[in-house]
Design a protein around this ligand. Structure first.
Ligand SMILES: *Cc1c(COP(=O)(O)O)cnc(C)c1O
Length: 351
């Protein structure tokens, strides 16, 4: 019966529901008015994430979009520009906020197949100090990018290069902890250590608690005390000053304590999904680094993409995309859910 089927929501890792224990932590949190600076739980979260990533200070914000906006406006003045990838969230997926609210010009660059921006392309994009040009001011990278872990050697050399050019460096680390967990699997160090190692290549880092970490709401921007002071004023202008937001910060603190290392499970489920779809004619499965699986429909299968999505919906499986499907694993997806999704897709192709 259709209504007894599991719902396997693979649209995004933002769809997670707070666990019972997380809800308890939210209810129990001591609260204050954060606009007066007196919410003890928000203050504890800001201190915790700053220290975890090796920064002086942090600012709790409602969304990753606002976090990136605060970062762009705190690093850049009107008429400055930032170097950024074509697929980067803070260029492509945030309504052009840096340009709209900050008069900051993006200089988007094409990604290499591994998600990096070639150093030669970056070098060529830096404008000379000349009245014709916007002032190149900032390099913004994203890790993971579309679920891809940027090679750490690259992160180091790109950020060293930026520093040598006098550019500030911002990391959109919405999924930094997925990157950290994947990198830890390569190096044998802890995810905490790898998260800090990546973060320390940058002047500012934004992280989301509302993605794989499983909190309902919230992101943090980390940087120097002076940078965070500037970002704080911008958060106010953007309407991001919240009040008893300790209830939300408590969920984020709970997530840092209990949901960080378990991201490895999400990565394993993504591997399971990719392996389950291997060899299905018409599907080209990209090997996932972390919790996002991209599946391209090729050949005749492209003509059947709408029918495939309808078939998946009828079987309680949700994904995004059309010719390039995206499946994201998270806290609320287990092996049985993955197997159900695989069976539904294989069923459609009789494979
Ligand atoms: C989701 C996401 C954001 C924005 O987060 P919101 O909380 O949805 O505004 C920013 N950057 C990346 C890479 C993301 O995946």
């Amino acid at each position: 019966m259709q209504n007894h089927q599991p719902l396997v929501d693979l649209r995004s890792d933002t769809v997670t529901q707070p666990t019972a224990a997380m809800r308890q932590a939210m209810l129990a949190a001591p609260l204050g008015d954060d606009v007066f600076g007196d919410d003890p739980t928000v203050n504890a979260l800001q201190a915790r994430i700053a220290s975890l990533l090796g920064f002086e200070a942090a600012l709790f914000v409602p969304t990753g979009t606002q976090s990136n906006l605060c970062a762009l406006l705190a690093h850049c003045q009107r008429g400055d520009e930032y170097l950024v990838g074509q697929q980067a969230h803070c260029y492509r997926w945030e309504g052009g906020g840096g340009a709209v609210f900050g008069s900051i010009q993006p200089q988007p660059l094409a990604h290499q197949p591994d998600g990096t921006l070639a150093l030669a392309d970056l070098e060529a994009a830096v404008k000379p100090d000349d009245a014709h040009f916007a002032r190149t001011r900032l390099l913004a990278l994203e890790n993971t990018l579309g679920g891809k872990l940027l090679p750490f050697d690259y992160v180091q050399s790109a950020t060293d290069w930026a520093q040598s050019k006098g550019l500030s460096r911002h990391l959109d680390g919405a999924r930094l902890f997925n990157a950290a967990v994947a990198q830890a699997a390569l190096t044998g160090a802890t995810a905490q250590a790898e998260g800090k190692r990546i973060a320390q290549c940058f002047d500012s880092v934004s992280v989301c608690f509302s993605k794989g970490l499983g909190a309902p709401v919230g992101s943090a921007l980390c940087g120097s005390a002076e940078f965070i002071q500037r970002a704080h004023r911008i958060r106010k202008m953007a309407g991001g000053g919240m009040r008893q937001s300790g209830m939300l910060a408590a969920a984020a603190l709970y997530a840092l304590d209990h949901h960080l290392d378990r991201l490895a499970d999400d990565h394993a489920q993504a591997q399971r999904l990719a392996a389950g779809l291997a060899g299905v004619p018409g599907l080209q499965v990209e090997a996932p680094h972390t919790n996002i699986v991209f599946v391209d429909l090729v050949g005749d299968a492209r003509d059947r993409s709408a029918a495939l999505l309808a078939h998946l919906a009828a079987h309680g499986v949700r994904a995004t995309g059309l010719y390039r499907l995206r499946f994201v694993t998270h806290l609320n997806v287990d092996a049985a859910g993955v197997d159900h999704a695989v069976a539904a897709i294989r069923g459609f192709f009789n494979a």
